[in-house]
Design a protein around this ligand. Structure first.
Ligand SMILES: Nc1ncnc2c1ncn2[C@@H]1O[C@H](COP(=O)(O)OP(=O)(O)OP(=O)(O)O)[C@@H](O)[C@H]1O
Ligand SMILES: [Mg+2]
Length: 340
């Protein structure tokens, strides 16, 4: 990886641990998550429900609520660690550097306020602008996300799901952030509208040159949108790879299952069901996190956790199936440190 590449990280998450504390033990929702987001790229974050995707997103924005807490790790934006920042300093970083399209965003629009006021509030909370400038800014944002001007005078209930979601995207880019975290921005929308919203995200990325973490379940959509993909299982990243490599040559058994589960009309086959269930996140097993569901499990997997190993250029996997490369390679954590 060249020195130029090192400078091009918009965001680095390094060994992030997030726990939700409960009387019956801590839920380990992020367990040493490390990845970097390069400037101008879209990184997909995928994994089954409850694996910790939203937790990682909220941690990046420092918005984990009690009983949750970041217990360890660094989150660097343009080289600056934000984990230790005061809440006041963090408020500036949020929105101006980072923006979130939260999971279920369209349902969080205020039902009794017109779009114009909601967007205006998002801007005037952070910037002093005249009424006229504000109107111009809001209209420009509407154009950026492909919505007609009249939408600004409407209430959320007058908009379709796709339009509401595009309003949320417009709000997320209102202050020109460098990084957008979009948490399942297309779920709960029909397939056609999903594509429209996905295209809106792509347009926004291209036009504003932002970098994006795109969280989702839909592997088909991820294949079309993202540059690299990070696969998460039970609080751990298990594979990080350029999207073509991940789909053509998935290495981790869990990634293979995710890809095999993409339906195809050409080749109808029985739906693949993964045996076993995810362990209790309060009590992760020693060894590999995927051992209870893995078809390749062996003794070593029960004893020690495989580190992230670089198997090909930028293709990382945590699996003891590929041990021979371990000694000769660097871990993902080493690389994020180097790249920051
Ligand atoms: N406030 C909370 N208190 C306790 N546990 C929580 C809390 N929020 C999340 N968790 C737990 O942390 C784990 C990760 O949750 P998270 O919402 O990050 O998953 P996710 O991957 O975003 O799931 P989904 O795809 O359903 O949105 C889950 O086991 C969840 O039950
Ligand atoms: Mg979630």
């Amino acid at each position: 990886m060249s020195a130029v590449d090192r400078k091009q990280n918009a965001l680095v998450v390094d060994d992030l641990h997030v726990h939700y504390f409960s009387p019956r033990g801590s839920i380990i929702a992020a367990n040493g998550v490390s990845f970097s987001l390069r400037k101008g790229e879209i990184l997909g974050l995928v994994g089954e429900s409850g694996c910790g995707k939203t937790t990682v997103a909220m941690a990046i924005l420092r918005m984990i609520q009690p009983p949750g807490r970041i217990v360890h790790g660094q989150i660097r934006i343009d080289g600056q660690d934000i984990v230790g920042l005061s809440e006041r300093a963090m408020r500036k970083v949020r929105w101006q550097e980072l923006a979130l399209v939260p999971q279920g965003a369209m349902n969080s629009l205020n039902p009794v306020t017109r779009i114009r006021e909601q967007m205006g509030d998002a801007i005037t909370t952070h910037e002093a602008v005249s009424r006229e400038q504000l109107r111009e800014r809001i209209l420009k944002l509407m154009t950026d996300v492909g919505l007609p001007e009249r939408v600004i005078s409407m209430y959320p209930h007058e908009l379709s799901g796709g339009m509401k979601q595009r309003v949320c995207i417009a709000m997320s880019i209102a202050l020109n952030p460098k990084v957008i975290i979009a948490d399942e921005p297309t779920s709960a929308l029909d397939v056609v509208v999903q594509r429209v919203v996905a295209q809106t995200l792509l347009d926004v990325k291209e036009r504003l040159g932002v970098s994006m973490v795109l969280i989702g379940h839909d592997m088909g959509l991820q294949a079309q949108l993202v540059d690299r993909i990070a696969v998460m299982y039970a609080g751990n990243l298990v594979e990080v790879a350029p999207v073509i490599a991940a789909f053509e040559n998935p290495l981790h058994p869990y990634t293979q299952i995710l890809i095999e589960s993409i339906p195809s009309i050409k080749e109808r086959k029985p739906l693949k069901v993964t045996e076993g269930i995810t362990h209790d996140l309060r009590n992760p097993p020693p060894g590999c996190i995927f051992q209870f569901r893995c078809m390749w499990v062996e003794q070593k997997c029960r004893e020690s956790a495989p580190p992230m190993m670089e198997m090909a250029d930028n293709h990382f996997v945590a699996c003891w199936q590929y041990p021979e490369r371990y000694e000769s390679t660097k871990t993902q954590s080493d690389l994020t440190l180097e790249n920051s």
